[in-house]
Design a protein around this ligand. Structure first.
Ligand code: GRF
Length: 202
């Protein structure tokens, strides 16, 4: 089975969704590691409860981003990580990680990319007044919220929606879509061809 690491900085609802999918057998991977850069993040307790190893790596403890990522890579190598799933990790990855794990890092974004990139994608879509937004899972490259798209799911914005009700619906879709995307990767069903990801159906 593939070893996966989730990178998160905050609440960790996607981490929990992945852990649940692993536990139920829907997602056939070994959830080997949580990498977290924020000591106060709620995701840490969630990982401990789920019995997942935690690597807490604070950027401030390192002189450079290169050293910070070298430490993370040490943890990843120790656990023989095959796939990195970013789930609310509030940092751009640098050259160290990107080069070493190219094609093996994915991210979830709470909007239909390339619309509404950035850290407040749900609010930006809501404020803009679009009628349809959604969720994107994509490979990670040097640019923010930019790499080849693996899966997307639409979410309609209804008249009665508030930002909070929309957020709740988006997160619900995220929690379903991310384990699906990881399972496709783990089963060897994803092939990157330039900007496109070919998804085999069998
Ligand atoms: C999610 O909305 C994800 O799409 C975005 O950050 C949020 C993380 O939420 N990248 P959580 O920590 O998984 O609850």
């Amino acid at each position: 089975m593939m070893n996966i690491a989730v990178f998160a900085s905050g609440r960790g609802s996607n981490f929990s969704a992945i852990a649940r999918a692993v536990k139920s057998g829907k997602l056939k991977v070994n959830l080997a590691l949580l990498v977290c850069d924020q000591p106060a993040a709620k995701v840490i307790a969630k990982a401990r409860r789920a019995g997942v190893k935690v690597a807490l790596v604070k950027r401030a403890d390192f002189a450079s981003k290169k050293d910070f990522e070298a430490k993370i890579i040490e943890y990843l190598e120790k656990e023989k990580i095959d796939l990195i799933a970013l789930a609310g990790f509030m940092r751009m990855l640098g050259a160290e990680l990107l080069q070493k794990y190219r094609g093996r890092i994915i991210n979830i974004h709470p909007a239909l990319l390339p619309a509404f990139k950035g850290s407040v994608g749900i609010k930006d879509a809501f404020d803009y007044g679009v009628k349809v937004t959604g969720v994107t899972v994509h490979f990670v490259d040097e640019e923010m919220d930019h790499g080849a798209i693996i899966l997307q799911a639409p979410v309609k914005i209804e008249e009665a929606d508030t930002l909070e009700s929309l957020e709740a619906r988006i997160h619900k879709i995220e929690h379903k879509l991310y384990p699906e995307a990881i399972q496709l990767f783990a089963a060897g069903k994803l092939q990157i061809e330039g900007r496109k990801v070919r998804v085999s159906i069998r």
